[in-house]
Structure formats: structure tokens, C-alpha cells
Design a protein around this ligand. Sequence first.
Ligand code: CTP
Length: 363
Amino acid sequence: MILVSVGPTAGALAAPPVVRELAAAGHEVQVLLEPGTDHFVGPGAFLPISEVVEGPSGAPEAVLFLPATAGTLARLARGLDHPAAEALEGGAPAFVVPDLDAATAKNPAVRSNLDTLREEGTKILLGEGGGMAGVDEVVAGVLGGLGGPMAGLRVLVTAGGTHEPLDSVRFIGNLSSGKMGLAVAREALRMGAAVTVVAANIARREPGVGWRDVRTVEELRDEVLREAGGADVLVMAAAVSDFTPAAPEREKIRRSSGVRSIELAPTPDVLRAVREQNPELFMVGFAATHGDPASDAREKLGKKGADVIVGNDISREGVGFGAEENEVYVVSGRGERFVPRATKTEVAREILGEVLALKDEER
Ligand code: CTP
């Protein structure tokens, strides 16, 4: 169970969405409202996803101070009384999300309290530019800090489908919804990894992960090459166009232009380009096939220089593109495993399990 101690600042408005995310990641969450918090958020905002308590029902696995006022920082650093301090006595890790105005953040006493907490091993979660951390940053910080089988790994996931422009309003696209890639991102986050998603044309954002929007194959390749150097694992779930119009029009092509055919040019193979620059990176590719997915996946394993290829038969109803479920073969150097029809979340877990097993063998 994670105990969230909500402090009395406007930053308390971030607490309900953070609690929702932690609960969605499979954690039981109990919420303690510090005195004065009801000016900003009440118990109703946390129900029914979590329980609002006077004190935790047992020893928590972590305590999150969200937001932490300057007063809370001082109390924690100096060992003074605090409504949630007792919960830390069992040695649970503490995560602190300070919500301080610029002048308070510069105050020497406040800075010294933060230093003391850091030295004691408390994780201080700050936002970009030193402001209060956002919901995504807090969720990623807590889930990553709690450990798990992927703790310490940086996972880069591509998701969605590319759009190759034909003219100013039309494109060549595909039916990928991004669900499989986002399920992998979410599961990796839950297993403790730091996750970045390169998202090709996905409207819905996945909380708790780094996010890079791209549209075309070229943009996707550039972004993946930029991020791959800092990653341990790449999961290439995006459906990448194999062709692009050779000479896209700047304006809308008119019916009266009499166009009958459009010349296509091949796109760069992203996985191969990544492999050339990153020989050590652990790479997972996908192979969507009409027919026998295992043999196609085996062939692509060698051709793409990937460590794992996930193959699925897209001629089957209810699985694959756009569906909630998938049925796949996970093919790697140590053989192949059939994952019978299951939710994309369960399939994602199987894929990441294979990644961990192979990485273990590497060591
Ligand atoms: N892929 C890629 N770059 C491309 C096309 C695909 O990196 N230009 C990646 C996909 O993201 C996927 C894997 O390669 O992880 C396999 O994609 P697929 O389209 O099945 O493979 P292709 O090499 O295009 O082979 P084919 O179309 O002949 O099946």
C-alpha cells in the first residue's frame, strides 16, 4: 500500500489524478489529508479509487508527500511531528513533491532542509525548471523509485502508425491504433522502467511516460535515433509505412488534375538504422502477417538485427490492429513462444517477460 499525504497548497489538486494513476498501476493507495487541505481538495475527490484515512491501516511500502509545503519539509528534515511521519518508521521509502513559490524555494533554510532529506535518502521529485512536478513526473518518479523487475532500465517504445503526406490534406496511413505500444509502455512503467514513447499520430497520451509526437517515418526515425543512445531497450511497436509518395504536392491535389497514379519511394528501415548506430541496444520488433506469423517473425529476426520479433496473424478477427486483444508468437534466439489470445496488457507483460529473461541470460 502507498500512503499519500496531501498537503494544504493549490498543488493538492494534482493528488487525485496521481492517486488514480498509482491505483491503475495496481497499487492500493490510502490518502491522508493534512490539516487545511480541505481548502483545496476534499475526501470525495479520492473516492472510490482509494481510501481516505486518519492513519495508514498497516506499514506502507512507500509514503508520498504530495504536495509538501515548506513546513512539511522542515518537519521531515528536523524529525518534528507530522501526521504521516509515523508511517516512515518502518523504513518505507519517502517521496516528496515540494510545492514552493520562487522566493521560498530560494530560502536558505528550505534549501538546507531539502539537502538534509536528500542525504537521508528521501526522493525529492521536482518539475522541469524547478517548479512543482506534474502528475506524469510524480507517477513515473514513484513507480520507478519503488523498484520492480525493470527498475534501472530505460525503455523506448514506438507506438501508433505513420502518416506519409500525399498533398496538404491527404496521407498514406494504416490502421494501427497505438494500443499495443501503449500497453507495452504502461507495463514497462509498472515494472519500474523509465519509459519514453515516440508516438505516431496518437491522440490519447499515456500518463507517467516521456512523450515525443511524430507524424512521418522520417520524423519517427530521427526521434528514435536521437533517443536510442540513452535507452537500454527499444520496443518498435509502431506500424511504419514501407512507402512514401515520391513527390508530395504542397497544395491539395484537385480532381481536375486528372491524377491516375502516384509514384512511391521506399522509406528507410528504422530498426536497421538504429541497429547500425547502437549495436548493444536490445531491440524488439513486430511483424504483422497474413498467414503464418512465426515463420515471418523468424525471418525478420535475422534481417532486422532484432533480439525479439513479435509476430501476429492479422487475418484473424478480433486481434491485432485496433482490437483490444492480440494473439502472438514471441520469437527470439532461444526459440519461439505462442501467447494465446489475451488482452494487449497481458501480451505486453509476456513480451517484457521475454526481454527480461533474455537480458538475464546476457549477464
Ligand atoms: N519497421 C521499421 N522501419 C520501416 C518499416 C518497419 O523499423 N520502414 C519495423 C516495424 O516497426 C516493425 C518491424 O520493422 O517492428 C517489422 O515491420 P514490417 O512492416 O512487418 O516489416 P518490413 O520490413 O516492412 O517487411 P514486409 O513489409 O516485407 O513484411
